[in-house]
Design a protein around this ligand. Structure first.
Ligand code: C2E
Ligand code: CA
Ligand code: CA
Length: 581
C-alpha cells in the first residue's frame, strides 16, 4: 500500500484509518457471512452475519479450524476441486453444505479468496457465505454430476485428476508412496457389441461395485473411460500393497457376473505405476500405468504388470517396428516384397485327405529379421496398414493358386485371413471379384476366415457384407471360435459354413476337462446348425483321436504339418494328392 504524503495531525484522521474504519463497518454490517483464517487455517475473526447463519458465537469459532462447520454432505471431490482452484487461482466459488450449531445441515453459496501480504506471502483465507434457497439442491446435483460418472456413481475423470493431484501432494509431504492402477476390462467390447449397450452398462455397474469392495474407503476408484477404471492407493508403505490389491481385484472380477440371464466374464488387465519411482506428476504416472496396462494385455490378459523403464524401451521398439512395417508395405512391388505367404494343410478327419490350406502371412524385415504375425498384424491393424497389406495377401494368394493349378494341383481350397478393417471396407467385394477374375479362378478356390470378434462387431454391416460374399459362393469360416461371446441366435443368421475351434481349447484337451467339454459342446452345437468344424493347433495323436471321436470334420496343426513356404507346399500337396484321388 502506498504511504500517504499527508502528515498526521490531531484533528484530521489519516485517510488510511478512515478507510480502515469503513472497512471494519463493512465487515461488521455485511449481510454476507464473512470468516477469516490465518496461515495455519485457524479462524481469526467472523462477522455478525456469519454468527447468525451458523448459530455459533465468535467465541465458539475463533481459533478453530473451519472444518468444524463441515456437514459431511459435501463430497470429497468437491473439496479436492476447491483446493485445486485455491492453489492455482487463489479463488474458489461454489455450493457447500455446512452444519449449523444445532446440528442441522444448511446449503451455502461460498466464495473463498486467498489472502496475501504485499510480497505475495500466504496469510490465510477470507470466506464469504451467502444463504441460498432450495435451488441449492439442484446446484448440488449439478456439482455431483460434474464429478461423478452417472452410470456407476464412481468419481469421473475430472474428479480423479483433482484427487490424484491432491493425494500426490499429501504423499510428498509425508514422504510416502502412492500406487496408480489403470484397469481395462478384457473383451468388454465383445459384450457390448454382441449383447448390446444395456447389458454392457449393467456389467460395468457390477464391475464398479466389485472394485469398490476390493479397496479401503480412503482409496479412490474412478471410471475414466468406457471400460477403463483407475484405483489410487495413496500413502502405501510398499509396492507389495499394490500387488496385493491388484490380485484381489483379479480374483474378485474373475467370477462371472449374472446380468439378466447372461453369464458374463470381465477379467481385468491392470497396469501399475508408483509414486515417486515411476513419476511425480499425474500425467507421467498415468502414461506409465497405461504402458504397463498395455503389457498386461499382451501378456495374456487377466493379470497385472508394474511399470518398468524397460517397457518404454519396448514401446520404442514397437515404434521402430511400425516404421519398418510402413516402409515394407510401401515397398511392395510385383517383383519383390519383404512379405511372403506360407501355407498349412487342412486335413479331413475321417479320410486323412488334404482338402485345403490356410495362407499365413510372413514378414522378413532386412533390419528386424523375421517377425511373427502376432507381433506385426496388430500393429498393421492399429495403423491402418492392414488395408494395403491385406489386399496384397488376397492378390498374392490368388496368384499362387493359379501357379498351383498350373503345376497340376486342383481341388484344394485356400483359406485367407481377413481382418476386421478389411471386412468393413466397401472395396473388399470388388477386390475379391477382381483378383479371382484376374487369375481365372472360381469362388470355390478360396475361403475367407474372419475371427469371431470381427464377425460379432457391428452386426448389421457385417451381415450385409458376409451375405454379399456368400452370394458370390465364397466359403466363409469363423476363426478363433470360442474366444468371443457369439450368441447362437446371431450365428444362425450368418451365411457361414465353418467354425474353426480356437487353438487354446485344443491345446489342453487332454488335461483340462473344461476345455474338453467346451470342444465337445461346440462341435455338437456347430453340427446342429449345419456347420462344419475345423480344429486348429492339433499337435498330438491323442488330440486328433479325441477330436475324431467328437466328430470334428477337419483338422489342422503341427501334427500334420507346420506352415510351409510355397515351394514346399506344392511338393507336399503333390505327395499327398494321390491319397486324395
Ligand atoms: P490364425 O488365423 O489362428 O492362424 C493359425 C496360427 O496357428 C498360425 O500362426 C499357425 O502357424 C499356428 N498353428 C497352426 N498349427 C499349430 C499347432 O499345431 N501348434 C501351434 N502352437 N500353433 C499352430 P501364425 O502363422 O503365427 O499366425 C498367427 C495369426 O496371425 C493368425 O492366427 C492370424 O490371426 C494372423 N494372420 C496370419 N496371416 C494373416 C493374414 O494374412 N491376414 C490377417 N489379417 N491375419 C493373419
Ligand atoms: Ca486363421
Ligand atoms: Ca485361428
Amino acid at each position: 500500500m502506498k504511504r500517504s504524503a499527508v502528515t498526521s495531525n490531531a484533528t484530521t484522521p489519516k485517510p488510511e484509518s478512515l478507510a480502515a474504519s469503513a472497512l471494519l463497518r463493512a465487515f461488521e454490517q455485511s449481510r454476507e457471512g464473512i470468516l477469516v483464517t490465518d496461515s495455519n487455517n485457524h479462524i481469526v475473526t467472523v462477522n455478525e452475519a456469519f454468527c447468525r447463519l451458523s448459530g455459533y458465537s465468535p467465541e465458539d469459532l475463533i481459533g478453530q479450524n473451519p472444518r468444524i462447520l463441515a456437514s459431511g454432505r459435501t463430497s470429497r471431490s468437491l473439496y479436492a476441486a476447491m483446493r485445486h482452484a485455491l492453489d492455482s487461482r487463489d479463488y474458489w466459488e461454489g455450493e457447500v453444505w455446512n452444519k449449523h450449531k444445532d446440528g442441522s445441515n444448511y446449503p451455502r453459496h461460498l466464495k473463498i479468496s486467498v489472502l496475501r501480504d504485499p510480497d505475495g506471502h500466504f496469510q490465510g483465507h477470507v470466506a464469504n457465505y451467502i444463504e441460498t434457497d432450495a435451488s441449492v439442491e439442484v446446484a448440488d446435483r449439478l456439482t455431483y454430476l460434474a464429478y461423478h460418472d452417472p452410470l456407476t456413481n464412481l468419481p469421473n475423470r475430472l474428479a480423479f485428476e483433482l484427487q490424484l493431484a491432491q493425494s500426490l501432494r499429501a504423499c510428498e509431504r509425508t514422504n510416502q508412496q502412492l500406487a496408480l492402477m489403470l484397469i481395462d476390462l478384457d473383451n468388454f467390447k465383445n459384450v457390448n457389441d454382441t449383447l448390446g449397450h444395456q447389458i454392457g452398462d449393467q456389467l460395468l455397474q457390477s464391475v464398479a461395485q466389485r472394485l469398490r469392495e476390493c479397496v479401503r474407503a480412503s482409496d479412490l476408484v474412478a471410471r475414466i473411460g468406457g471400460d477403463e477404471f483407475v484405483v489410487v492407493l495413496p500413502e502405501i508403505e510398499s509396492p507389495l500393497t499394490a500387488a496385493r490389491v491388484a490380485s484381489k481385484i483379479q480374483s474378485n472380477l474373475v467370477d462371472s457376473h449374472l446380468i439378466t440371464d447372461h453369464v458374463l466374464y470381465a477379467t481385468p488387465s491392470i497396469g501399475i505405476s508408483l509414486y515417486p519411482l515411476d513419476g511425480r506428476d499425474p500425467g507421467t504416472l498415468l502414461r506409465n500405468a497405461d504402458t504397463a496396462m498395455y503389457f498386461a494385455k499382451s501378456a495374456g490378459r487377466n493379470n497385472h504388470q508394474f511399470y518398468t523403464a524397460r517397457m518404454n524401451e519396448a514401446a520404442g521398439e514397437r515404434l521402430e517396428m511400425e516404421n519398418e512395417l510402413r516402409q515394407a508395405v510401401a515397398g511392395i512391388s510385383p517383383t519383390s516384397s519383404e512379405f511372403s505367404l506360407h501355407f498349412q494343410p487342412q486335413i479331413e478327419t475321417t479320410t486323412g485327405r488334404v482338402l485345403g490350406v490356410e495362407a499365413l502371412l510372413r514378414w522378413d524385415s532386412p533390419k528386424l529379421g523375421s517377425i511373427p504375425p502376432i507381433r506385426f498384424i496388430p500393429i498393421a491393424e492399429e495403423t491402418g496398414l492392414i488395408q494395403p497389406l491385406g489386399d496384397w495377401v488376397i492378390w498374392e494368394t490368388c496368384r499362387l493358386i493359379r501357379s498351383m493349378k498350373a503345376q497340376g494341383i486342383t481341388g484344394i481350397r485356400v483359406a485367407i485371413n481377413i481382418s476386421a478393417q478389411q471386412l468393413r471396407h466397401e472395396n473388399l467385394i470388388l477386390l475379391i471379384r477382381g483378383a479371382l477374375a484376374c487369375y481365372d479362378l472360381t469362388p470355390q478356390d478360396i475361403e475367407l476366415e474372419v475371427t469371431e470378434s470381427t464377425a460379432m462387431d457391428k452386426p448389421e454391416l457385417t451381415l450385409s457384407i458376409l451375405d454379399q460374399l456368400a452370394a458370390m459362393d465364397v466359403m466363409l469360416a469363423i476363426d478363433d471360435f470360442g474366444t468371443g461371446y457369439s450368441s447362437l441366435a446371431y450365428l444362425k443368421h450368418l451365411p457361414i459354413k465353418r467354425l474353426k475351434l480356437d487353438r487354446s481349447f485344443v491345446q489342453d484337451l487332454e488335461t483340462d476337462a473344461n476345455d474338453a467339454a467346451i470342444c465337445s459342446a461346440t462341435i455338437a452345437l456347430g453340427h446342429s446348425l449345419g456347420l462344419e468344424l475345423v480344429a486348429e493347433g492339433v499337435e498330438t495323436e491323442a488330440q486328433r483321436d479325441f477330436l475324431a471321436r467328437l466328430g470334428c470334420d477337419m483338422l489342422q496343426g503341427y501334427l500334420f504339418s507346420r506352415p510351409m513356404p510355397f515351394e514346399a507346399t506344392v511338393a507336399y500337396l503333390k505327395a499327398h494328392l494321390p491319397l486324395n484321388g
